[in-house]
Ligand binder design. Sequence first.
Ligand code: KDG
Length: 312
Amino acid sequence: MDVITLGETMVLFTAKSSGLMRYAGDFSSKIAGAESNVAIGLSRLGHQTGWISRLGSDEFGERIQSFIRGEGVDVSQVTFDDTAATGLYFKEKLTASELRLKYYRRDSAASRMSASDLDEDYISRAQFLHVTGITPALSEHCYETVLTAVEYAKKNNVKVVFDPNLRRKLWSEDRARSVLRELSALADIVLPGIDEAEFIFGKSTPETLAKSFFDLGPATVILKLGKKGAYVFSEEEEGFVEGFPVEQVVDPVGAGDGFAAGCLSGLIEGINVKEAVRRGNAVGAIVTMADGDVEGLPERDRLIGFINKTDK
Ligand code: KDG
């Protein structure tokens, strides 16, 4: 297994018309969840991935499991809960460039994940464990589950990759800041966005923010500046890696997960960090050109074609 991840995946309903969702009659339905987005992205690039979660024993849960399994991700560690529902998430397109996201996930099946759901042996088989700051925000149980997964990874020399993925709607500012800092300190590689870094450490330059993460403990800090690119900070390498031009942004949600998938794909293959980040930038850019959080994740040929086209 190359990467194992854990977290909540929801059914995503997107209003087909723009404007306030109260007037929307038609919705498309897809599936989305930061961690499964990463697992799917890696699988499309040819890597072995596993996703750990809990789903409601309902039609939405069945749909999510089938979809993710169909993408080639191992779902053997997914459990079903008879007493809670699968989470839902709505995307409201106010204008072509203004999105509003609304969750119906409180007390969902995934929020009841527990550390006892984890199999240490399963986690020990991975090269990387990917975790985000969304899962610990779901419940105290989920927070403990993430910490236990990280503990199992560290015990078994599995590298921990942490993407803060700050979701302000899910928890209080103080709690978010303290947990994001705690998990950053436990990780080997962190992938914060500049806004997330400023949320944790206060406003500063990218260099100082990257250094603040580095001082907490991770060996590699990759600070994302959105479409502009990302700043790399590690003992071996340091510097800025420029992003790729995008013809037209159709839907930006999921670009950060695409970035994580591209970047991890490079790290699994042992290319240098800056090259891995360039791959991450390319996947992130491609994702924004399609509607949906996973629909734009490219297969390897498309990714190589996109990078080569820009290089010319
Ligand atoms: O990064 C994109 C995710 O945020 C989205 O797919 C849904 O997992 C999700 C969340 O909690 O926002």
